[in-house]
Design a protein around this ligand. Structure first.
Ligand code: HAM
Length: 434
């Protein structure tokens, strides 16, 4: 029994009271992305497993340990997306989005699935807001992507978000670096975990990202990629930093930052929350990924922000959310005729985008008014035989108690409603975000 009354480990329900907050936060990211010319893409929640093996990399923790992979009834290997980038690249290619000209700018707001040990800030169903840009090789593209995330954080009132930057170079400068890493880690072989021992041959950079404390201790003394960057990668990284500095953005270069996914080249970055102690998001360039997935060589870059973690950070910082009215007008009714009339009036209000409701539970008048108070209705109106006969009813401001008679038919109803509600408008309660 317990199984069917509890959500699976590492998942959460977003219930009313919380879901409104999510909508506000998502709206900030969505509008910030659209202000920067990004358009929404929605891709399937599952893809062919091969996409992630090729895209994310078969020596990453995500692929080696965390994917929800299963065989479907047709015998295909299917995986629930562990992240949004690989699917966005596949969809960009499959739908020929590059035909509209570069840069292609996409954003998404999706759930992702990773079989991780659930703990604070680590879920099995997580939610990401991400952007991906294709066809822009210039350092300014990196700057736009980073700045977009930072201005959304600012609009949300998140004040303790840092920016850590690094460059992990291109395949060319990584050749020498891999050699140096292999040499270093081979000398510390005994201290490495089993997974990292297998990575030593296949992809030594992954050891830098291992979560085991022993491997982390060894990784601290490892050679740094920044000492191995080729001329072009070095110049690219410098320009990114110069632009950010010119924009007044504070950042920290962290030569140990390599990110957990294989597709990155050149610039990588994370947004650590100083108070929570983990990253709210991260991203970087992946100039080889489009080709890896079957397209022509095309530069790419983007980020993924963990919405679950961002909500935690907002809560930790006690950021206040604006209270958006759930009900502007509650129409209490007495009798069937009044109820019919109420539905006509609700229809008028809804057509004008005004949230309004009426009794659906057969309550008496007193209980209806109590309910209106409970749901925070701004105005109420009582409809009975007298009101129907007169063609007018009293619109009551629930905050001040003030009552005004308004027409209850045709255009006069909406006109009167708008007049009374505009006069009562309280502009003092603008939210933090907008
Ligand atoms: P990622 O660093 O694996 O990158 O994930 C991005 C963000 O998702 C993390 O910083 C974190 O906030 C959130 N996140 C990841 N795993 C979990 C989890 N188990 N529970 C809660 N939150 C989590 C990517 O996924 C890349 N696709 C980002 C990217 C886009 N790079 C370029 N474009």
């Amino acid at each position: 029994m317990e199984l069917i009354t509890r959500a699976p480990k590492g998942t959460v329900d977003l219930v009313p009271g919380t879901s409104e907050k999510w909508q506000l936060v998502e709206e900030v990211f969505r509008s910030e992305a659209e202000l920067n010319g990004f358009a929404e893409i929605r891709t399937p929640v599952f893809e062919h497993t091969e996409l992630f093996l090729r895209g994310v990399g078969d020596t990453t923790d995500v692929v080696e340990k965390q994917m929800y992979t299963f065989e479907d009834k047709g015998g295909r290997s299917i995986t629930l997306r562990p992240e949004g980038t690989a699917g966005a690249v596949r969809a960009m290619l499959e739908n020929g989005l590059y035909n509209a000209g570069y840069p292609v700018k996409l954003y998404y707001n999706t759930s992702c699935y990773r079989y991780e040990k659930p703990q604070a800030g680590r879920l099995r169903e997580l939610h990401q807001f991400g952007v991906e840009m294709f066809g822009a090789a210039e350092p300014v593209a990196d700057v736009q992507v980073i700045a977009l995330a930072l201005s959304a954080f600012k609009r949300l009132g998140l004040e303790d978000v840092g920016l850590q930057l690094n460059s992990i170079g291109c395949p060319e400068c990584r050749k020498e670096y891999h050699k140096a890493l292999k040499e270093y880690f081979t000398a510390h072989k005994e201290e490495l975990c089993d997974t990292c021992l297998s990575r030593l041959e296949r992809n030594p950079m992954r050891i830098l990202d291992c979560k085991s404390p022993e491997c982390q201790a060894v990784a601290k003394g490892a050679p740094k990629i920044t000492d191995y960057l080729c001329e072009d990668c070095r110049a690219h990284f410098q320009k990114v930093q110069d632009y950010l500095t010119a924009m007044g953005v504070e950042f920290e270069v962290d030569p140990g930052l390599v990110r957990g996914l294989d597709y990155y080249t050149r610039t990588v970055f994370e947004f650590p929350s100083k108070s929570l102690g983990f990253a709210l998001g991260g991203g970087g360039r992946y100039d080889g990924l489009v080709e890896e997935i079957g397209g022509k060589p095309t530069p790419g870059l983007g980020f993924g922000l963990g919405l679950d973690r961002i909500m935690m950070a907002l809560e930790a910082q006690q950021v206040e959310f604006p209270q958006l009215p759930k009900c502007e007008m509650y129409i209490a009714t007495m009798g069937e005729e009044a109820q019919k009339k109420a539905f006509l009036l609700l229809d008028e209000l809804h057509r004008c985008g005004i949230p309004a409701d009426t009794d659906l539970c057969g309550r008496g008048l007193k209980a209806q008014m109590k309910y209106a108070g409970k749901i925070g209705a701004k105005f109420t109106m009582v409809l009975g035989d007298n009101e129907l006969q007169e063609g007018k009813a009293e619109m009551k401001n629930m905050k001040t108690g003030e009552k005004r008679k308004i027409a209850i038919s045709g255009e006069d109803f909406i006109n009167d409603y708008v007049t009374v509600s505009t006069e009562a408008e309280d502009f003092s309660q603008d939210g933090i975000f907008f």
